[in-house]
Design a protein around this ligand. Structure first.
Ligand code: PGA
Length: 268
């Protein structure tokens, strides 16, 4: 390692240590019961004691109760990948914030681009979900992200602004840590093409400025903004030093416990 590289890695290690990251695993529609059991068992063995960073797992619905059981007395949290906005009723196939609460979930991912694009969720529905989650004491992880076409046409900021403003319309987040934002450019999700550091820095800075507009700088500074999109053990150290990045929402690389633990370890 030459001297420049040594200085760079020492400075980066200091930056990483000075931050508190949220490391969230979005398993999407993956894993069976046995795999969930083995993953959490291994994670618990290797991830013990109170840590500076927070770890959150988002298993598929049917395994949330198993996660609840296995994560008892640990510092690892869990949540739902999606929720409905009503508390109960004739909504076949849906799960309510009340049920999430019943299962001990602290968090719910809302407005993931797969929900927006495959299941046609719009900002109005996402806004209802955000408000319903907040009313039930569930912390929403609101996902924002532009597609490649919008980025090519230089409309990415407008998209993010619309998604944030409409998603959060009339939502009461008077307590600072009641919302988490995840910036996930659609073109970076599952594609192996992580956004470049300067793109992430620019967008996280922009999201922070929007949050300041909405809530004032005191509250905005307490709202974590995660990055998501092809995060893996090989790029985590570069991503962790990007300005205004408070953590990661990780899909593919969170499925293998070895990779997920490596990411956790590199952020310690
Ligand atoms: P990825 O997914 O890490 O596989 O790109 C991230 C996400 O969709 O949250």
């Amino acid at each position: 390692m030459d001297i420049k590289e040594l200085v760079r890695s020492t400075v980066n290690a200091e930056i990483v240590k000075s931050r508190q990251f949220i490391i969230a695993a979005n398993w999407k529609m993956n894993k069976n019961m046995k795999e969930v059991f083995l993953f959490i068992d291994e994670l618990k063995k290797r991830y013990t004691g109170k840590k500076r960073n927070s770890v959150i797992l988002f298993p598929p619905y049917p395994y949330v109760m198993l996660a609840q059981e296995l994560l008892k007395n640990t510092d690892i949290s869990y949540g739902l990948q999606n929720i409905h906005w009503e508390s109960s009723g004739a909504f076949t196939g849906e799960v309510s914030p009340l049920m999430a609460r019943d299962l001990g979930c602290q968090y719910a991912i809302i407005g993931h681009s797969e929900r927006r694009n495959i299941f046609f969720e719009n900002d109005e529905m996402i806004n209802k979900k955000i408000k319903a989650a907040l009313a039930e004491g569930i912390i929403p992880v609101l996902c924002l992200g532009e597609d490649m076409e919008a980025r090519r046409e230089n409309r990415h900021r407008d998209i993010i602004r619309k998604q944030l403003y409409e998603g959060m319309a009339d939502a009461d987040i008077s307590l600072q840590n009641r919302i988490i934002i995840a910036y996930e450019p659609v073109w970076a999700i599952g594609s192996g093409a992580t956004a470049a550091s300067n793109q992430i820095e620019e967008m996280h800075g922009y999201i922070n400025s929007l949050l300041c507009e909405l809530y004032g700088s005191d509250i905005a500074s307490g709202i974590p903004v995660l990055y998501g999109g092809s995060v893996n053990p090989g790029n985590i150290q570069d991503l962790a030093v990007v300005k205004n990045v408070s953590g990661f929402l990780i899909g593919g690389a969170s499925l293998k416990v070895k990779d997920f633990l490596k990411i956790i370890e590199l952020l310690e």
